[in-house]
Design a protein around this ligand. Structure first.
Ligand SMILES: Cc1ncc(COP(=O)(O)O)c(C=O)c1O
Length: 379
């Protein structure tokens, strides 16, 4: 179906941060397939683990367990400080699970609460419920009616948040860094206020870290950078380096809410995805790896700011999740970058978005930035 605004490129293979098209032309990849290929392309350890797991056992169904999924779940809990995990297949599916947990916890609140408050500018997925949760009107065209029980507040407005988190609210769901609407980090003060109000009022705080989680910002969870501990965190994208996976991490009452029969998924947590995710977690856990992500991101942001380019209005983000606000249509820059051999993303209406693989080298960063600079000069 004609669902994607494609560039026309057809890729054949990749190595590290480089992709090769069918015609042999090579491109530096500053997109990681929208934050997914966290270990780049053709990562030897990841490929070997997937191959070995495929030869051993790909799937067993959730009537049974696999050692790979048990160990992945334990590792996710240990890394995040959460109590329980539900493994699934995508970001939208993880958010659906989080919403169901919130609704079930809300049912036992007094009075019963069912409203999930989300932020304007948010993006939570493409299913009907996660579209309803998404606080952007353009996503609500054509596909209604949507389920009731979602309300939206402007980010960074303390009074609006205070007013919205009323007795009917079961959860507040937010992205610590809004990805799709333009790489917009929520301030530490706002995140702390959100966490405090939720805790005081018995409302669950859900952090959608589908894009900003799993080391992307230089911390395993982006929420921990602000010192907050959500009740539920959703992950997907980069978690298994390209094998489809999603995860709902929960603690306390949220971790205990679902019982047998409440929720499920056929493919979720299969040993193939679990083995891949374990390799990703192993790489991220190597001493100094996440610090390196922070340093690389800081260097990219400082370099682009240092250009003082007339087309660049602002550079923002954290780690290797970077938004460059430009004064020309970001698609123009994207296409000029492709001509120069660099893949970048856009976000919102005026942002060039960079999500390079977390294993990118300094030399590749320099090469990519030179192409980006040339594209800005030409635009
Ligand atoms: C923050 C956030 N949540 C949810 C999603 C949906 O994830 P998926 O496309 O895996 O369903 C995305 C995808 O871009 C996202 O950025």
């Amino acid at each position: 179906m004609d669902t994607y605004k494609r560039t026309g490129l057809v890729f054949a293979r990749g190595r590290g941060a480089e992709l090769e098209a069918e015609d042999g032309k090579k491109y530096l990849d500053f997109t990681s397939g929208i934050g997914v290929s966290s270990l780049g392309h053709g990562h030897p350890e990841l490929a070997a683990a997937i191959g070995a797991q495929a030869a051993r056992m790909i799937h067993v169904s959730n009537y049974y367990q696999s050692r790979e999924a048990i160990e992945l779940s334990d590792e996710l809990c240990a890394r995040s400080g959460m109590d329980a995990v539900f493994l699934c297949n995508s970001g939208a599916e993880a958010n659906e699970g989080a919403i169901k947990i919130a609704r079930k916890v809300g049912e036992s609140m007094s009075p019963a609460a069912s409203t999930v408050v989300t932020l304007r500018g948010s993006f939570h997925g493409r299913t009907i419920a996660t579209l309803a949760a998404t606080g952007q009107d353009k996503f609500h065209e054509h596909f209604g009616p949507f389920p009731a029980g979602f309300a939206y507040v402007e980010p960074e407005d303390a009074a609006a948040l205070d007013a919205a988190l009323g007795p009917g609210t079961c959860a507040l769901m937010l992205e610590p860094i809004q990805g799709e609407s333009g790489v917009v980090p929520l301030s530490e003060g706002y995140l702390r206020l959100a966490a405090r109000l939720c805790a005081e009022r018995g409302i669950l705080l859900i952090a959608d870290e589908v894009q900003c989680g799993v080391g992307r910002t230089g911390s395993f969870l982006a929420s921990s950078r602000s010192g907050i501990k959500p009740d539920i965190v959703t992950l997907a994208k980069g978690l298994a380096g390209g094998v489809p996976v999603g995860a709902v991490l929960a603690r306390g009452v949220a971790a205990r809410a679902l019982g047998p029969g409440d929720h499920g998924t056929t493919f979720g947590g299969n040993p193939l995805a679990a083995s891949a995710a374990r390799v990703v977690l192993g790489v991220l856990g190597a001493p100094g790896f996440l610090e390196g992500v922070t340093e690389m991101g800081d260097r990219i942001m400082a370099t682009v700011r240092g250009w003082k380019h007339p087309l660049v209005k602002e550079v923002r983000g954290a780690g290797l999740m970077i938004g460059i606000v430009v004064t020309v249509p970001p698609d123009t820059i994207k296409h000029l970058c492709i001509e120069g051999g660099l893949l970048v993303l856009t976000a919102g209406s005026d942002v060039v978005r960079l999500l390079p693989p977390l294993v990118i080298s300094d030399a590749e960063i320099d090469r990519g930035l030179a192409i980006l600079r040339a594209a800005l000069d030409k635009a």
